[in-house]
Design a protein around this ligand. Sequence first.
Ligand code: B1M
Length: 244
Amino acid sequence: MSTDSTEDSTEDSAEEVEIDLGALNDEDLVAQMHDDLYDGLGDEIVEGTNLLLGRGWAPDKTLNEALVAGMRIVGIDFRDGILFVPEVLLAANAMKAGMGILRPLLAETGAESVGKVVIGTVKGDIHDIGKNLVAMMLEGAGFEVIDIGINSDVDKYLEALEEHQPDILGMSALLTTTMPYMKVVIDTLKDKGLRDDYIVLVGGAPLNEEFGTAVGADGYCRDAAVAAEMARTMIDQRRAARAS
Ligand code: B1M
């Protein structure tokens, strides 16, 4: 153990140094915001977002370069087991704080979202921590997310699909007794001739790839980072296929 109190106090004060975000140039400010997102610092994200907007940055540029790019780093480290659920929830909440400022501005400028997702936990199941995390990561990746909540029966999914016309339907289940309900929803979509209108992604701790295929989903997402990546890739593929 070090007995050098000068060294200790220098280390302490170095840790406590407050960064004046306003004094940073744009590039350094964006890099600092990536760090602040990573550390889940909502107040700093709000301040940084306001600073960039005040410097004339467009809301979509601010969203993509400062927030979405920062959340991508969080997603990668979550996927690689460097960050865990509590840290990712903090980062996602910081992202939400920034989004709170940008959302109304983006709506005014008509900036296009990457895509739209309706997501909910299936009937009989009230677990929502994972689903909420997925919704936040999707928002972080630039998606518009309509979260229909927990205990969602097939009618609730159908109503939301009709009302919001999303690109993607996401379903979550945490119980072995509720996961088969995903097939009920997908089969109903098939019966109504609606199945091909949506990319269907499923997730939840008891699921696996095989189950996703068996119920007729387009993809099984192991975690929230995979969900955001898969959503983006599948939308790009579908748009490219439709354009050709
Ligand atoms: Co519940 N519960 N629970 N529970 N609970 C489990 C799931 C269980 C495994 C615990 C256990 O026994 N070891 C067990 C299920 C056993 C089984 O089915 N084989 C269980 C049980 C039995 C129950 C009750 C029946 C208990 C009882 O009342 N006797 C009851 C059921 C109530 C109901 O739903 N009808 C119940 C209740 C509860 C609480 C209310 C107390 C609470 C939920 C609080 C809430 O969600 N608001 C709770 C909790 C917290 C858990 C555990 C401990 C943690 C779940 C969680 O939040 N994980 C869980 C044990 C466990 O999983 N270790 C357990 C963290 C979360 C981030 O991970 O949800 O897997 P996860 O989400 C991940 C991925 O799966 C994926 O991405 C997420 C983020 O990376 N993902 C998706 C999830 N959804 C996705 C959707 C997508 C894509 C990816 O769409 C595109």
